[in-house]
Design a protein around this ligand. Sequence first.
Ligand code: AR6
Length: 171
Amino acid sequence: MPESRIELIQGDITHQDVSVIVNAANSGLLGGGGVDGAIHRAAGPGLLQECRKLGGCATGEAKVTGAYDLKAQWIIHTVGPVYKDGKSGEDRLLASCYRRSLELAKELGAVSIAFPSISTGAYRFPVERACRIALGEIKQFLAQNPVPEKVVLVCFDSFTYGHYARLFSMI
Ligand code: AR6
């Protein structure tokens, strides 16, 4: 069952022992605050050097780099939507972030992948709505693909974890 391949934890994504760590980046791909800042700090300066060569990334898309000082093998940088009014394509774009990241992880042959809660910090996407989209996309992808074998959802704060845990228990 796909559900048993999804794990939910509260913690810091930079500490996860997985093949791929997903970064909730901005379209410049040159670092920022939140989880993006934490990943750049933990990975070290080589990450920014590689990111400079990528030429940015469109919202809803994803690009791969090495993971430098992190335990992971790769970082997938995806750009979530800024939440405006909920009627500006935000749901579709957020779903695309999860799907494109999983497609890239599959192409890499990644065994495991960890996601943060994309767009629910600085980009203000409502957590419960974002969580439904995340779980829906991940479940659908895993039902159709054996790789990656495992998906870890990493919630940094207890507010986000609480929402995810409640919806996670319903899938
Ligand atoms: N591990 C896991 N999750 C984290 C960590 C961490 N170390 N640090 C923060 N979070 P945000 P966004 C959570 O703002 O909303 C950046 O400046 C955080 O608590 O990081 O997609 C980028 O450069 C929240 O639940 O990402 C962009 O400009 C979640 O990660 C912009 O913010 C997402 O919050 C992207 O905004």
